[in-house]
Design a protein around this ligand. Structure first.
Ligand SMILES: Cc1cc2nc3c(=O)[nH]c(=O)nc-3n(C[C@H](O)[C@H](O)[C@H](O)COP(=O)(O)O)c2cc1C
Length: 169
């Protein structure tokens, strides 16, 4: 087992898929000896999903590359060896609250890994997230909702955890 590292999983999840993936991933990293904290990005001003216009609001926010208002993050990412940025694809792009998070912490980020969830059409989300974060991630996993349904996500998350472990050394 390698020396323990500090890992922060920063999660934005609207309908629960991304947080479920992170909940699977965290024990994998902990079994490898890492110390993992999870921080949720809390959006301000997002309409409830029951609102018929909520999908439009979310999609346009992402399409227009908006930086959404969020509650102040609790954890300082600079105190960690690696941050896992976990979020869904919205309209082929980055949810506004995730851009809001990145705008606040970009210059305090250590190495990054991306856990991205999507319905099946991720577009160039990895490139967009790389540009918004200002650095190339050490590992990426892209989980489609069908992967979760078919139980394929567990193997994908194991491989992702392995890549993170390799990068942490
Ligand atoms: C407003 C909105 C836009 C979306 N746009 C896309 C898209 O462009 N491509 C895609 O594959 N999935 C898209 N999805 C599906 C989500 O990425 C997918 O369901 C994801 O697993 C949701 O994660 P969450 O449950 O953590 O919020 C969209 C979902 C919403 C609500």
């Amino acid at each position: 087992m390698s020396d323990s590292h500090r890992v922060l999983a920063v999660v934005f999840s609207d309908s629960g898929h991304t947080i479920a993936s992170v909940a699977e991933l965290v024990p994998m990293l902990e079994r490898a000896g890492e110390e993992v904290r999870t921080e949720a990005v809390h959006a301000k001003g997002l309409w409830r999903r029951a609102n018929p216009l909520a999908v439009v609001q979310r999609a346009f926010g992402a399409l227009l590359e908006r930086s959404g208002r969020i509650e102040a993050p609790v954890e300082d990412p600079a105190g960690y060896d690696l941050v896992i940025l976990a979020c869904p694809v919205w309209a082929g792009g980055i949810p506004a609250p995730v851009r809001g998070y990145l705008d606040r912490v970009r210059d305090r980020l250590p190495r990054l890994a991306f856990l991205i969830t999507c319905g099946g059409e991720p577009g160039d989300m990895v490139d967009k997230l790389t540009a918004a974060a200002g650095q190339v991630p050490v590992a990426v996993v892209l989980i489609r909702n069908a992967d979760e349904r078919d139980g394929k996500d567990v193997d994908m998350l194991h491989a992702f955890a392995g890549e993170i472990e390799a990068a942490l050394g």
